[in-house]
Design a protein around this ligand. Structure first.
Ligand code: SAM
Ligand code: DTB
Ligand code: SF4
Length: 340
């Protein structure tokens, strides 16, 4: 039996690697009958993640609002009147308190987000202290701070960060409709700096912004052909926030969102595919389909950065109802107060 005819369960679970997905091949996946697509995605998911646990990633906005960029989806852009006020960088103690609470709730990864175009030198030093403190609690660390240069990526690496989140957001040919204050190549450059510094990459995008199916496929092509593809792939469903240009956009068919998750799973088989923003709006039944389609990570906690996420109790109940087990951390049984 050749590799291409082997059943997926017999495939060696290689976690990352180049795939060279063509645009046609990815569009073809999107166009499969729904059940055929989900069946393929489920096979791939089972082969690469036999135990099927769901990662719980906590998210904290360490610097909210006042951002100079013009991302049309974003409530934190200073130029849109969304009710989000600009705040200062959180003090270290607040970040530590949030990380301890997240760990106590069962999260294994802690992501710190800042509404910056890019961090300044003095910002990085403060974030380095946050990363070290959170890591010492036994949590995986991630930050999303905007564009990074090579030196900044290395500084975060030196502080012990595990992942850097920087999204491509959409397909190259739709990008200009959404953001004009930086170009696609800027994002690819940051991802290159992150990779070369030896960090794990968390990179995904948003769907439901008025893009076409071919453009959704175009985003997946970009992600899957990163070499290696990201270890972590957040797929956000646009949260429509009043005051942003995308408020009132034509809503995406929820089954198209499920398809996007399935295609991400098939094309990036070893990645953590995260069902990210928009879960409240999707409801439980669509989320259940997303888990079937290969999502194996969620943002966990009552708030995303500025918008609402399902409540922790509701997520626990949903996972229990579906018989899905949360991923345990290396030191999940440790006391978060004393590290014992
Ligand atoms: N400022 C940094 C940046 O843009 O890289 C980091 C924070 S930014 C809020 C992180 C990501 O959140 C964006 O790239 C986008 O994918 C996602 N996001 C922001 N607003 C969203 C919304 N309203 N709905 C869904 N996803 C959103
Ligand atoms: C990602 O892809 N989604 C998260 C995280 N990375 C930083 C952010 C979602 C933000 C949703 C809008 C808000 O809460 O402001
Ligand atoms: Fe700023 Fe990031 Fe929001 Fe864009 S997505 S406006 S860069 S906070």
């Amino acid at each position: 039996m050749t590799a291409s005819t082997q059943s997926p369960v017999a495939l060696k679970p290689v976690k990352t690697g180049p795939q060279a997905w063509s645009a046609d091949a990815v569009v073809h996946l999107f166009e499969l009958p729904f059940n055929d697509l989900l069946y393929r995605a489920l096979q791939v998911h089972r082969a690469y993640f036999p135990t099927g646990e769901v990662e719980l990633a906590a998210l904290l906005s360490i610097k909210t609002g006042g951002c100079p960029e013009d991302c049309a989806y974003c409530p934190q852009a200073a130029r849109y009147y969304t009710g989000v006020e600009a705040e200062k960088l959180l003090p270290l103690e607040d970040v530590i308190a949030a990380a301890k609470a997240a760990k106590q709730n069962g999260a294994t990864r802690f992501c710190m987000g800042a509404a910056w175009r890019e961090p300044k030198g003095r910002d990085i030093a403060k974030v380095q202290a946050m990363v070290s403190a959170v890591k010492s609690l036994g949590l995986e660390t991630c930050a999303t701070l905007g564009m990074l240069n090579e030196g900044q990526a290395q500084q975060l690496k030196d502080a012990g960060i595990d992942y850097y989140n920087h999204n491509l957001d959409t397909a190259p040919d739709f990008y200009g409709e959404i953001i004009t204050t930086r170009v696609y190549q800027d994002r690819l450059d940051t991802l290159g700096h992150v990779r070369r510094a030896g960090l794990k990459v968390c990179c995904g995008g948003i769907v439901g912004m008025g893009e076409s199916r071919v453009q959704r496929a175009g985003l997946i092509v970009q992600l899957a052909n990163l070499d290696p593809y990201p270890e972590s792939v957040p797929i956000n469903h646009l949260v429509q926030v009043p005051g942003t240009p995308l408020y009132g956009a034509e809503p995406l068919d929820p089954l198209e969102f499920v398809r996007t998750i399935a295609v991400a799973r098939i094309t990036m088989p070893g990645a953590r595919v995260r069902l990210s923003a928009g879960r409240r709006e999707l409801g439980e039944a669509v989320q259940a389909l997303c888990f079937l389609a290969g999502a194996n990570s969620i943002f966990y906690g009552d708030k995303l950065l500025t918008t609402c996420n399902p409540e922790v109790q509701a997520d626990r109940a949903l996972l229990a109802k579906l018989g899905l087990r949360p991923q345990l951390g290396d030191s999940a049984s440790n006391c978060c107060e004393c590290g014992a």
